[in-house]
Design a protein around this ligand. Structure first.
Ligand code: PSU
Ligand code: MN
Length: 305
């Protein structure tokens, strides 16, 4: 997309921060809608992430569509609306939502990097990215998050890809697309609720400043795509891979039995895993989102130095 910055409506706070060159962190709104977390955890997630970004010295910019316009940053009175969004928008859905004057659309990772790019926001915090689904060799279900990261110069801070995906294929596909993947203080691709996956990462960084330097180098060589930063869930919130494995299997079974495919797959699988873990997966999801928000803010601050 090569439209102007004016295509995105900024909140007053985000507009002022961008104008002054102060650090801003984009946020997606799917995770804080019912597609990502059941109420009231969606609001809790929003508040924790918002606070974490501010505490680290940056300004949060929630993205989505409101009243037929792409937005980056919400005014106080718009928060409830974006939390209640009932249209999950991937990047390819944005033109339709705009043409139809959608009242509220929530952005996935792919839509968020597209909006952040237009708005001139370099850094973005999510939970876990979408990726190559298990069985993709027959379903072809590969999240548009991956292609979008290759096309928009945004640093995406995640706890890896959601662990019900095919993580080895996700890493392979990121390599095919040429997306740099950097582990933050880790050498293995994190598995969302778990810190490890057994899959080695090509690169690791020890500080936010190091990640900012990689992003600056990417810009200097004309790399027009993004960078994926993999930040493992905090140790005290982790659900070890062996413990979550059964819940993942049963969550995938439920979604398959109900025929949840395409954009419906990920929300259904997440909800089924929450049910199978007696909601234990939810606090883990909140903790990793908060931790990603803090790291993204630190990177955004480092980029302004
Ligand atoms: N991370 C979370 N919860 C989520 C998502 C990410 O912790 O709900 C969302 C993101 O918006 C991501 C989307 O882009 O799931 C992936 O959807 P799909 O698999 O349909 O591409
Ligand atoms: Mn998909």
């Amino acid at each position: 997309m090569s439209a102007q910055r004016s295509a995105v409506r900024l909140s007053r706070e985000v507009e002022a921060a961008l104008a002054d060159g102060r650090p801003v962190v984009a946020l997606e709104s799917t995770i804080t809608s019912s597609f990502g977390l059941p109420a009231p955890h969606n609001r809790d997630c929003y508040e924790r992430v918002d606070r974490a970004i501010r505490a680290a010295g940056a300004i949060p910019a929630v993205t989505g569509v409101l009243d037929g316009r792409m937005i980056a940053g919400v005014e106080q009175e718009e928060i409830e609306r974006i939390l209640a969004g009932d249209w999950k928008l991937a990047e390819r859905d944005l033109p339709i939502a705009l043409a139809r004057g959608a009242a509220i659309g929530v952005s996935t990772v792919s839509a968020t990097v597209a909006i952040a790019h237009l708005a001139g926001i370099r850094t973005f915090a999510t939970g876990g990215i979408g990726g190559v689904h298990r069985g993709a060799e027959t379903t072809f279900d590969i999240s548009s998050d991956l292609g979008a990261m290759a096309r928009h110069p945004v640093i995406v801070v995640s706890a890896g890809a959601k662990a019900f995906l095919d993580l080895p294929k996700t890493i392979e596909y990121l390599e095919t697309l040429g997306v740099p993947v950097v582990g933050y203080r880790c050498s293995e691709f994190p598995a969302f609720w778990s810190r490890t996956s057994g899959i080695s990462l090509p690169h690791r960084a020890e500080s936010a400043a190091e990640i900012a330097a990689i992003a600056a180098a990417a810009t200097s060589v004309g790399w027009g795509g993004g960078i994926l930063v993999a930040n493992p869930i905090p140790a005290d919130a982790e659900i070890p891979a062996a413990e979550i494995a059964t819940a993942i299997e049963s969550g995938l079974d439920v979604a398959a039995r109900e025929g949840a495919i395409g954009p419906a797959a990920t929300p259904r699988i997440l909800a089924a895993i929450a049910a199978a873990t007696a909601s234990r997966s939810i606090p883990a999801n909140l903790a990793l989102a908060e931790s990603n928000a803090t790291l993204a803010a630190e990177i955004a601050v480092a980029l302004t130095r």
